[in-house]
Design a protein around this ligand. Sequence first.
Ligand SMILES: Nc1nc2c(c(=O)[nH]1)N=C([C@H](O)[C@H](O)COP(=O)(O)OP(=O)(O)OP(=O)(O)O)CN2
Ligand SMILES: [Zn+2]
Length: 145
Amino acid sequence: MLHQFYPQVFHSYSYELNKDMQISAAHYIPHEKAGKCARVHGHTYFVNLTICGDQLDDSGFLVNFQHLKKWVHDRFDHTLLNDHTDVFNGQNSEDFPTTEVVARKIWEIVQDHLNVLPNKPKCLQVFVRETPTSYVVYRPKREMK
Ligand SMILES: Nc1nc2c(c(=O)[nH]1)N=C([C@H](O)[C@H](O)COP(=O)(O)OP(=O)(O)OP(=O)(O)O)CN2
Ligand SMILES: [Zn+2]
């Protein structure tokens, strides 16, 4: 696992948890402007999730690290991202599997799971590194404390 520094999220929550994971996946960007990236190719995505909250659950977790891995890594690892038509859509650029969209979709998936937990943690940041020289940070727009 590559250990790297991530942009800091400023907040006033008592607990902040970070989970790293690596996802091996293929994708293509279905647009002429994508150049060579319009052809199927693969990456090892480095993903970091930042989860915050004030309350722990009855096991003393803000959220179980293993559950975060299951929701994201296990869903996409060794797959073609474009095949996940419930997540990505080749007809709409807002839903192409670009790094930006991958980061936002991961946030949506994680926050949907967090919303049903009784202690209501919040995902404040998703960092996705697609290549050694390219990464995206997604933070939800709305005020999350
Ligand atoms: N804003 C975005 N630009 C590009 C994306 C993207 O998702 N968002 N994606 C790609 C390609 O998918 C490509 O795999 C990654 O791009 P790039 O950084 O150009 O990769 P290189 O290794 O070729 O870059 P070097 O500068 O040579 O290290 C393209 N653009
Ligand atoms: Zn790519």
